[in-house]
Ligand binder design. Structure first.
Ligand code: ADP
Ligand code: MG
Ligand code: MG
Length: 281
């Protein structure tokens, strides 16, 4: 056990870049928690950089308190390990949730638009709380969105950063996961300079994937993905049927040029969850 928490090392909930997430519980209350354990031993070479990254993730999680963001209960560092005691999301990742919910077998897995809208608006609400704290995420993807009793929660703040000027700050760190990376991060043509709108891009890919069961551009290499994004216009399959309004929102989120892409104000003003009929124009 670590402090007031007991960790069950036989129950792994998922694997991360540096650590493993286990089931645990708070001993007194018996409350179930998720514990991300980063083992520093055996990582001697990168020890300082891993410790720094974890410290950053901890400081960011500490600042964030919102029902659509995974909560941190406690952070602990021992000689060999770092521990993040977090809210346990019993529904697992958004991709696994969609796979379970989708009635079709052996087909693309997606949600019905009405349900997708609820989940997507929850993700945007969670992001708004990050925005209000000047925090950019930089690794938004379905495996970093967790489900707790049907409610979506943004998690994994490992690439997140606290900014001075959220709207105008120029970012340069290469971060993210290829299929969800904005063209500014993917393509050296943009000098690897990007703004926080990089997260609007990733959200646009997530919106598309939740509604269609796959990402809009797929490739087997970085290079191929980059070329497709910039040369192949986004396609919206006729099945499943998705409202024109959602398609317009996604198109605006996935503009290659940052200046053409949806702004944060526009995103936060969308009425994603409102019923579809009342939304026709
Ligand atoms: P990494 O930063 O290394 O990607 P994550 O924080 O994303 O690590 O966690 C890795 C995986 O562990 C997630 O994709 C998910 O499957 C699982 N996981 C993480 N946090 C929780 C949680 N709070 N509740 C349930 N499962 C979790
Ligand atoms: Mg992750
Ligand atoms: Mg991480």
């Amino acid at each position: 056990s670590v402090g007031p928490y007991q960790i069950d090392m036989t129950q792994s909930l998922g694997k991360g870049t540096f650590g493993v997430v286990y089931l645990g519980k708070e001993i007194k209350s018996q409350e179930i928690v998720a514990v991300k354990v980063i083992n520093l031993k055996g990582n001697e070479k990168q020890l300082d950089s891993i410790a720094k990254l974890c410290q950053n993730e901890y400081q960011i999680m500490q600042r964030l308190q919102h029902s659509n963001l995974v909560k941190l209960y406690q952070f602990q560092r021992t000689q060999n390990n770092m521990y993040f005691m977090m809210e346990y999301c019993e529904g697992g990742t958004l991709d696994s949730y969609i796979a379970r919910k989708c009635p079709h077998k052996n087909q693309l897995k997606f949600l019905a638009e009405s349900e997708a809208r609820i989940i997507l608006s929850q993700i945007v609400n969670g992001y708004k709380a990050m925005y209000d704290q000047n925090i950019v995420h930089r690794d938004l993807k379905p495996s970093n969105i967790l489900m707790n009793k049907g409610v979506a929660k943004i998690s994994d703040f490992g690439f997140s950063k606290i900014l001075f000027d959220f709207e105008n700050q120029v970012l340069q760190t290469f971060a993210g996961t290829p299929l969800y990376m904005s063209p500014q991060i993917l393509n050296p043509q943009f000098q690897r300079q990007y703004s926080t709108k990089t997260d609007i891009w990733s959200l646009g890919i997530i919106f598309y994937e939740v509604l269609y069961g796959q990402t809009p551009w797929r490739a087997t290499s970085f290079q191929e993905l980059m070329v497709k994004i910039q040369q192949v216009p986004i396609k919206f399959p006729s099945i499943p049927k998705v409202s024109d309004q959602m398609k317009q929102i996604i198109s605006k989120m996935l503009k290659v040029e940052e200046k053409d892409r949806m702004s944060w104000d526009e995103l936060f003003q969308l009425q994603i969850q409102q019923d579809q009929e009342s939304l026709v124009n």
